[in-house]
Design a protein around this ligand. Structure first.
Ligand code: ADP
Ligand code: MG
Length: 683
């Protein structure tokens, strides 16, 4: 792969001139190697098939004898449809060509033709995209289909790859050590390139793909593991030495005993904090599993060791709530906690910043502005972030580089399926709270059609009459915030009419100012408002234990993980809570998703299903997902290969052979060029 010839521009290939090279540039293909690594995304099967063995809607190629005069019909300006009857074996079928009127003249009764297209079993029809005239004589093949752009055609690119392979195929070098190829019975790189572009059969495709998938995952995991190694070895990380007796007292003084899972993760975190390594740990725990108190324990330990701590959250509302909980937990022990958000202004802001710089403030709570602005800590030892899944590996790296290499704990309430955890958070250590505090009631979840709204409102009225409160959630549509706000406003107006003077209805959405949001949240917390109509702003963290009911409009528009997050706003007190999903999903998958929500309260189960149903790109939401892109590999379907590669990478990075032996030189080379590792010293 590191071969000079393969790094050459496309024009070194005989048969490719500057014009073709430029066209291929549109596809991000610049070198011979790029061209050879432009893998097909599927194959057209030109091998003749027996119609009795073909499933409905499958693509296929058949050979037959033309039985009727072709009939051509035009409709619209450029649209046409060409029909012909074809005898395939004993089957008389219909073949349709759309928008290829010129084929009419090539069709003659009693001639042999081969057609390729999609089989409709019920109508006995093939909607054909391609046709060959004459009895088949050429070898039956699987033809690769490539992504193309501009003037480059699939046929063109097939030819260019053929030219490239013919001239430079023997220059393709192995990147993986022989031992690994043997262990997993993978074809060598050169064979794999040949097999993926010019397969003899399905086995070729399968084996070649297996090799490239493993290679992609291994390279990625090596980067992650190398990053982890370098970070761990930064000897100038913070060593927290604290009084463990006092920490024990603090834990015993909490209003409740820790669950076993909380105890376990507290130990994992404290072990990291005591060590001279920089902690880089992901703490996963379902909504309500009790992450805040774990954070408080870590912050208390850091304080005792003479350091300051910071807690960063994505929204101001959340910052305020966290500030309140942390104050109540920590201030009785003399730990001063302060809030810093954009609404802390003027003199007050100045005061906070000064007290922070001279060390009077021990724990600072706020949004991400905490580490970016004019904020200076005296001695920052621990940074905790909540809901970190919104940020990719680069952003996390920036965060870790702040200050004096503080220990960093990333908390997330989105249970992350293991496949994603080891890719998106591959460089981190992971702790999981997989147990809920005792006595939690299961939230009863129902799926209802929108037409049942009347009955649902009657049910809500009963809950409200018991003194409880309710959330009504309207979907957030990323492209059209206006529409989304309007939606919430309409629902708010409708409910205000429905409940008249009996109950107060509040409205919350992203367009309110921070002050307005705060006022609404306060009113809801103190039960001045009984029903809160809101967009997903309330998604994270908000805690009003008296709220026992949630209605989610258009629930099918949300991901399962997000629905689960939203649902976690109820069920926080001692009373039975309810979640009603209003949804009229059209697709089977949509129905399945609603069904799953009613069946389980387990965030990990839901997130695994969500990943399966929606794929990794959508799992975290499109923006800043941090989900890496692979050429061939698919982390959901190829999860076994991913785990294998991960385990191999962990071992490799620790071995001296990896850093010294020639067999690994190509892998080392790829690491050196990686974006993630820019600035880190290798060797
Ligand atoms: P999350 O993990 O969603 O951030 P919180 O930290 O907000 O969860 O905890 C949810 C609720 O559970 C809080 O009211 C908290 O006081 C309570 N809690 C946390 N740990 C325990 C425990 N071990 N026993 C009982 N209640 C607990
Ligand atoms: Mg929380």
């Amino acid at each position: 792969m590191s071969n000079k010839d393969l790094k050459g521009p496309l024009t070194v290939i005989k048969g490719i001139g500057p014009e073709t090279a430029e066209a291929l540039g549109e596809l991000n293909i610049f070198t011979v190697e790029d061209l050879l690594e432009h893998y097909p995304f599927r194959y057209e099967d030109y091998r003749l098939r027996d119609l009795t063995e073909v499933a409905h809607e499958e693509r296929l190629t058949v050979e037959g004898i033309v039985q009727s005069e072709p009939s051509l019909m035009y409709y619209g300006r450029k649209k046409s449809r060409l029909n012909v009857k074809l005898l395939v074996g004993n089957f008389l079928i219909q073949v349709i060509f759309f928008n290829q009127p010129y084929l009419k003249n090539k069709l003659a009764i009693n001639e042999y033709i081969q057609v390729t297209g999609k089989w409709d079993m019920h109508r006995r029809t093939i909607t054909a995209s391609e046709m060959q005239v004459g009895p088949s004589n050429k070898k039956e093949t699987l033809s690769p289909i490539y992504h193309v752009k501009g003037s480059v055609t699939v046929k063109g690119i097939r030819r260019f790859i053929q030219l490239a392979f013919h001239q430079f195929g023997d220059k393709v070098e192995e990147t993986l050590p022989q031992a690994l190829l043997r262990k997993y019975r993978l074809p060598n790189r050169r064979d794999a390139i040949r097999m993926i572009h010019f397969p003899q059969d399905e086995q070729d495709i399968k084996q070649a793909r297996r090799r490239f998938v493993y290679e992609e995952f291994l390279l990625f995991q090596l980067k992650m593991q190398a990053l982890r190694k370098f970070e761990r070895e930064q000897s100038h990380g913070v060593t927290h030495s604290y009084d463990s007796m006092k920490l024990k007292e603090f834990i015993e003084g909490l209003p409740f005993p820790l669950t076993n899972a909380q105890k376990r993760v507290v130990n994992e975190i404290l072990t990291d904090m005591k060590s001279p390594y920089r902690m880089s740990r992901l703490l996963q725990g379902d909504v309500g599993s009790g992450k805040t108190v774990v954070a408080a324990i870590a912050l208390f330990a850091s304080h005792m060791a003479g350091f300051q701590g910071a807690l960063m959250v994505p929204t101001e509302i959340l910052a305020e709530q966290h500030a309140e909980s942390l104050k109540s937990l920590l201030e009785p022990f003399g730990v001063r906690c302060e809030l810093l958000t954009s609404s802390v202004k003027g003199k007050r802001r100045k005061e906070v910043l000064e007290s922070l710089q001279n060390g009077d403030i021990h724990v600072l709570i706020g949004t991400h502005a905490l580490i970016q602005e004019e904020v200076h800590f005296k001695r920052l030892g621990l940074v905790i972030t909540d809901e970190q899944h919104r940020f990719g590996v680069e952003q996390r790296k920036v965060l870790r580089e702040k200050g004096e290499n503080p220990d960093v704990l990333f908390m997330t309430a989105t249970p992350i399926p293991r496949t994603l955890a080891i890719t998106v958070f591959g460089e981190m250590d992971v702790s999981v709270i997989d147990e809920m505090p005792a006595g939690r009631k299961r939230i009863e979840t129902y799926w209802a059609k929108h037409e049942m709204l009347e009955r649902i409102l009657a049910f809500m009225e009963k809950e409200l009459a018991k003194g409880r409160q309710a959330y009504v959630i309207c979907p957030l549509i990323e492209e059209s915030e206006k529409l989304d706000v309007q939606n919430a406003i309409d629902v708010h107006a409708a409910l205000a009419t429905y409940f008249l003077d009996r109950y107060q209805i509040g409205l919350m959405h992203g367009r309110l100012s921070a002050d307005e949001k705060e006022a609404v949240m306060k009113a809801f917390s103190s039960n001045e408002i009984q029903v809160l109509v809101s967009t997903t702003v309330v998604e994270v963290g908000v805690n009003v234990p008296n709220a026992t009911m949630m209605v989610i409009y258009d629930a099918e528009r949300f991901g399962l993980a997000q629905l689960h997050q939203l649902r976690g706003r109820v069920g926080r007190g001692n009373e039975q809570s309810y979640c009603i999903l209003l949804a009229d999903p059209k697709s089977e998958i949509g129905k399945e998703r609603m069904q799953i929500m009613t069946e389980t309260n387990d965030g990990f189960v839901l997130s695994e299903r969500d990943l399966e149903l929606r794929g990794p790109g959508d799992f975290f939401g499109r923006k800043q997902s941090g989900v890496p892109e692979f050429k061939l590999a698919d982390m959901v379907h190829d999860y076994r290969a991913l785990e294998t590669a991960r385990n191999d990478a962990v071992i490799m990075i620790q071995s001296s052979a990896f850093w010294e032996s020639a067999e690994y030189s190509s892998l080392r080379e790829s690491l050196r060029k990686s974006d993630v590792l820019q600035g880190e010293k290798l060797d």
